[in-house]
Design a protein around this ligand. Structure first.
Ligand SMILES: NC(=O)c1ccc[n+]([C@@H]2O[C@H](COP(=O)([O-])OP(=O)(O)OC[C@H]3O[C@@H](n4cnc5c(N)ncnc54)[C@H](O)[C@@H]3O)[C@@H](O)[C@H]2O)c1
Length: 303
């Protein structure tokens, strides 16, 4: 792992922390943008070398585009890039003050990672999980210190969406939740406290709505372009449902929708047939270059 460098004068003094982001997929790379942009020493960790590289490329591409569009100054983008390193070696995360977990939605995997990190990092390190459908309490049971584990559910794309849902597990300590909210707000995020329940608040509304947009497309009510345009023009969303689903990933949508259906038994959560066909075809969205739309690069999101 290369040593993180510091930014130019004038960009310091923001109480930089060492933040480990586990998983360099759609959410992990988005969360790494958020951390590096705030000039925290950010370590992006993945077990898969190719996924790690794509995540790092996505983060760098995001900062380059932000400069092109005048949203970030060149020195700040350079400092943000310099704040980020990637690794496939868990031992490199030993100095972490905050760990943000964004690996596959697999309870055993998330528990195992937190258990392994217990032996590496200080007892004061906060453990955040970005799970969409699993129980925070269940994930926290993988740590010998479940009081330090907090659910932090970022909205996708994480660098652009301000909201983060915060959910305690059964044993989360009030100090851990308070420190988590302070930290998220210092990143410019807006927090909403919710319960450790399937889908938290956002996915209780988002998943049935996305499914209904897919059903509208299946039924021929509109094209992907006209439905996206209608949502943009009339509902005030930052992007249409099919552009969003291409960033989310159809595999992830299928998994989240199915898991919420299994837990809530509400048919509005069940993914429509088009989802299974797109997953079977490998048309997962931006990550495979084709979803509802075609993409000429496989960066996971743009600025
Ligand atoms: N995609 C979304 O819109 C969205 C939104 C909010 C929350 N989430 C949640 O965020 C998490 C990640 O979702 P995603 O869409 O980024 O998934 P993804 O499939 O894009 O990325 C997951 C990454 O985890 C890596 N990984 C797997 N095992 C690992 C391990 N042991 N250690 C380190 N890395 C490992 C994979 O190599 C992959 O790069 C999931 O829990 C998901 O439910 C997803």
């Amino acid at each position: 792992m290369s040593t993180p460098t510091t930014g130019p004068d004038g960009l310091e003094g923001r109480d930089p922390r060492t933040v480990a982001v586990l998983g360099a997929g759609t959410m992990g790379s988005g969360i790494a943008v958020v951390m590096a942009r705030a000039l925290h020493r950010t370590i992006l960790f993945d077990v898969d070398e190719a996924n790690l590289q794509r995540g790092l490329d996505t983060v760098h591409g995001f900062f380059d585009k932000s400069v092109e569009r005048g949203k970030l100054t060149a020195p700040l983008a350079a400092a943000a890039k310099a704040s980020l390193v990637g690794t496939t070696d868990l031992a490199d995360l030993a100095a972490s003050d905050v760990v943000v977990e964004a690996v596959y939605e697999d309870l055993a995997l998330k528990k195992e990672l937190f258990g392994a990190l217990d032996d590496l990092v200080p007892d004061t390190t906060l453990f955040h999980t970005n799970t969409s459908t699993l129980s925070v309490t269940g994930i926290a049971s993988g740590s010998r210190l479940p009081e330090r584990v907090v659910g932090t559910h970022y909205c996708n794309p994480a660098p652009l969406m301000k909201l983060v849902e915060v959910a305690d597990g059964r044993h989360t300590a009030s100090w851990a939740r308070a420190a988590t909210i302070d930290f998220l707000e210092s990143l410019g995020k807006t927090t909403v406290v919710t319960k450790d329940r399937p889908g938290f608040i956002v996915n209780r509304f988002l998943i049935p709505w996305e499914n209904s947009c897919i059903r509208a497309l299946e039924s021929g009510l509109g094209t992907k372009e006209s439905i996206d345009a209608a949502v943009l023009g009339a509902l005030g969303h930052p992007m249409g449902p099919f552009r969003l689903l291409d960033i989310v990933g159809m595999d992830i949508h299928q998994q989240v929708a199915t898991r919420l259906y299994e837990q809530l038994r509400d048919p509005r959560f069940f993914p429509p047939p088009m989802v299974e066909r797109m997953v079977a075809a490998g048309d997962l969205g931006r990550k495979t270059g084709r979803g509802f739309y075609d993409y000429d690069d496989t960066r996971l999101f743009g600025s």
